[in-house]
Design a protein around this ligand. Structure first.
Ligand code: 26Q
Length: 812
């Protein structure tokens, strides 16, 4: 374990500061101080990083590569200090210089290279792999612009660019010598050489992929793994480059820009697929660079013959976005390494495993054949051959069942279906929560499941407790250590011991005080950043996640609108005072989601300015939701809103973060909510809404009518009318999209159907919250049972159940 004493740390820090900034510490700005601290921390890490790599290079341990279009890391400093085990020393040392560690941490820009759950999951997984001594590395894209920044202007979302690299990034190291060449376009001709087919690729455009490595620090184990992010550059340096373009300077710059465009920006879509050629380019770009570098490294370090690749490495693809890893590995094995089809296929399909994150039909990736073939001619040939052989196999098994075969085909109706390619080309397909996996197996991908049942498995998601508990909630962490000892840090399921204290009065009081202290911090943040005063003694009711119709922020909003009506009618209505907190970004092209944000903001504006109800309710839509903001909001939540339409949320991961921080959940039986319920028991979670069966029945048999719901129910009529009658905003048309989706288009997410059940559940919340002891015991039980949702458990399951790597969790 890395060890340093305070005096040495102080000396190192001061030296680092002077070396970096050419002035004395007391002359420095706060940002200067942050930079020196981050840079010193990196220095401490570098030695361990080199040693870890040496160990990996010269031992035969299986290496895992996690390919993902997104890694939503957030800030790195605090997490690095925790994992190095030097946060306390650092805090004390800095305070001797009159520097506050927390305020320095706040200065770090979030690394926001992801949209939401899927990207954050990848980041949690890296942290857990390193902490569990698993040689597991990330492979992705170094986007110049991360996920957009959200401003709310006149109640509307405005997107601005996230130029996160404006300050030097101390966490990355550019490895120019490890660059790879990636080829796009051109023609492929087939040559017969002594009976062997050779594929000759000409007229392509070659692009340089340059890696930037980021250290991934394990928890107190001196392991430092690598996240490698690729950046696109022209292949030629500026001199050759001008001759290449015949001295045409402007053309040369244009060309350079067109190349750099590949790693310029993260696509801000979540759960909605759009077939943009640049996105396809991004996918092949990082996948090709990643696979080439794995093979190059494998050969350079004499890891044996590529025949045994599947025993020495595992490549995991995070959703279908990196599926081109399959044909790319085939291409390298056949065209560059000389393997025949069968051998190449055996190696490839035993090396690659795939996680599915959604069953929403509109999110499934499919690329027009024409676009695919033109951009990636050789890769397309390989995909065609994979499909031809796969369909042949189907044909042998399902003789004459053309419908089934065309339903399962990888290429059909002029499209390449990436999920089919991913399933066919991998040895493991997993869903991210029990229900989700069951739906994959029995419905969405059932043909594939029945064709090959053993390929399918479940790996319920998790979150790293090192960031989401120890980093975000130090007070609760210390209290847990005091109560049950520190064992839970290495073995998070040991938190179960805390359940024994759920009825202990002094424990309940401490939990309440810790929550209150976190709520005060959040209240202060809200006051400073949004100018709204909220009461820390009110119940903090929180829904923070991407804005999407299936997540049903509208249901929450309608319930508040209903409550407001009731308070106007009866100002003495006896309710628990609440602060409703929302946050989340809408995809820039998703009109309905943006309109939902407008509605929430208008409702907030009206209610927050009505003194008659302000003692009882306030609403805040917090701007620019991101990892660091989540770290402030989640520890302050009393109530966690997980209210998606049953069957639609594959897993959800914020549900786990809230629970670990002692919030009570109000939820539908969707995604991992079901497993949370199973852990804490019905009496410690508030469940409402349609069941899986009911939802599926509506989809299969119809029968849901929003109009009937409105006509048959006064309160539903009132709240839906209030969307379009000018009650919240003079402009009656302003929230038309929300209304039409709910009513005219007969809302496919059944908001009105679940409305009353949700209201009843919320009344139950009020009653439970009024009973101090009951509520605190629920919080305690939730914390106690959250350990299973540590991503350490998830990663252990991936390692043993899919990758065949790492040591046993129990032996750590
Ligand atoms: C695809 C094509 C083109 C452009 C963008 C995309 C794209 C980008 C991001 C598609 C999907 C995503 C992200 C999906 C996502 O975050 N899914 C969530 O994954 C979590 C981790 O497994 C689950 O907990 C959530 O339930 C699931 O919604």
């Amino acid at each position: 374990m890395f060890n340093i004493d305070k005096e040495t740390f102080k000396k190192d820090y001061e030296e680092k500061f002077i070396e970096m900034h050419g002035k004395d510490l007391h002359e420095g700005t706060d940002y200067n101080k942050y930079e020196a601290l981050a840079s010193l921390t990196r220095d401490y890490v570098v030695k361990m990083w080199i040693n870890t790599n040496k160990k990996y290079n010269f031992t035969g341990e299986k290496q895992v590569y996690y390919f993902s279009m997104e890694f939503l890391l957030g800030r790195l400093l605090g997490n690095a200090l925790i994992n190095l085990g030097i946060k306390d020393i650092c805090r004390e040392a800095l305070s001797d210089f009159n520097i506050n560690l927390d305020s320095l941490e706040e200065l770090e820009e979030d690394q926001g290279l992801g949209n939401g759950g899927l990207g954050r999951l990848a980041a949690c997984f890296l942290d857990s792999m390193a902490s569990l001594n698993i040689p597991g590395h990330g492979c992705g894209i170094r986007y110049k612009y991360g996920f957009f920044q959200q401003k709310i202007v006149n109640g509307k979302q405005i997107e601005t660019s996230d130029y996160w690299l404006k300050n030097a990034n101390v966490w990355e190291i550019k490895k120019s010598d490890k660059a790879q060449v990636v080829r796009f376009g051109g023609e492929v001709t087939t040559i017969n050489e002594d009976g062997h087919l050779r594929f000759n690729h000409t007229g392509y455009e070659a692009i340089l992929a340059v890696p930037y490595d980021i250290p991934v620090i394990g928890y107190e184990n001196e392991v430092v793994n690598t996240l490698r992010l690729w950046s696109a550059e022209p292949l030629y340096d500026e001199f050759d480059f001008s001759s290449f373009s015949r001295g045409d300077y402007l053309k040369a710059i244009e060309y350079k820009n067109s190349i750099e465009a590949i790693s310029q920006v993260l696509y801000p879509d979540d759960s909605f697929y759009e077939g943009k050629i640049l996105r396809l380019k991004q996918q092949y770009f990082f996948v090709s660079a990643g696979i080439q570098s794995i093979i190059r490294h494998f050969k350079a370090y004499g890891k044996g013959t590529l025949k045994d690749l599947d025993e020495k490495i595992a490549i995991h693809i995070n959703d279908t976005h990196p599926t081109l890893a399959i044909p790319e590995l085939m291409r390298i094995l056949m065209d560059e390494e000389g393997y025949g089809w069968n051998e190449a296929w055996r190696i490839t399909s035993n090396t690659i495993s795939y996680t599915n994150h959604t069953i929403l039909a509109e999110a499934l990736e499919k690329w027009p054949v024409e676009m695919f073939e033109k951009l990636l001619p050789r890769i397309y040939m390989i995909v065609e051959e994979i499909n031809r052989r796969f369909c042949q196999e189907l044909w042998n098994k399902y003789i004459g069942q053309w419908d089934k075969i065309s339903k399962m085909s990888i290429i059909a109706d002029g499209y390449v279906r990436m999920a089919h390619l991913a399933i066919v080309g991998s040895y493991s397909v997993n869903g991210v929560a029990k229900l989700h996996t069951e739906i994959l197996k029995k419905q969405e991908m059932s043909d594939f499941y029945y064709f090959n049942p053993t390929k399918f498995n479940n790996k319920t998601n998790g979150i790293t407790h090192r960031r989401w508990l120890m980093g975000a909630n130090p007070e609760l962490t210390d209290f847990l250590k005091e109560t049950i000892g520190s064992g839970f840090i290495k073995h998070p399921t040991d938190m179960e011991a805390f359940a024994a204290y759920a009825m202990d009065k002094s424990v309940q009081e401490r939990l309440h005080q810790i929550k209150l202290s976190n709520k005060k911090k959040l209240a202060e943040y809200i006051k400073i950043n949004q100018g709204i005063s909220v009461n820390p003694d009110s119940l903090f009711d929180v829904q923070v996640k991407r804005i999407h119709a299936y997540k049903r922020q509208t249901l929450n909003c309608l319930r508040i609108m209903d409550l407001y009506r009731r308070l106007i009618e009866n100002p003495n209505l006896d309710i628990v005072p609440r602060t409703f907190i929302f946050a989340g970004k809408a995809a820039p092209g998703y009109y309905l989601a943006k309109n939902t944000i407008e509605l929430i903001n208008a409702v907030a504006n009206k209610i927050n300015n009505d003194p008659k109800v302000n003692e009882k309710i306030k609403i805040v839509f917090m701007h620019n939701y991101r990892v660091s903001l989540a770290e402030t909001i989640i520890p302050a939540a009393d109530l966690s809103e997980q209210i998606s339409t049953t069957t639609k949320e594959a897993s959800g991961t914020s549900n786990m973060k809230f629970m670990m921080n002692g919030a009570v959940t109000i939820a539908t039986l969707d995604g991992a909510n079901i497993e949370i319920r199973d852990e804490v028991g019905d009496e410690n979670i508030i469940i409402f809404g349609l069941t899986e069966r009911e939802v599926l029945d509506y989809y299969q048999k119809g029968g849901y009518s929003a109009t009937d719901m409105i006509n048959g129910d006064y309160r539903i009529k009132q709240v839906t009318d209030d969307i379009v009658n000018g009650f919240y905003c003079g402009d009656k048309e302003r929230f038309r999209a929300v209304y039409e989706h709910l009513v005219t288009y007969n809302d496919e997410f059944f908001v009105l159907k679940d409305f009353h059940s949700y209201l009843k559940a919320q009344d139950k919340v009020d009653n439970l919250y009024r009973d101090f002891s009951k509520w605190q015991s629920m919080c305690a039980v939730n914390i106690a049972h959250s350990g299973i949702f540590s991503s350490d458990r998830t990663i252990q399951e991936y390692a043993t159940g899919i990758w065949g790597s790492g040591f046993l969790y129990k032996n750590l």
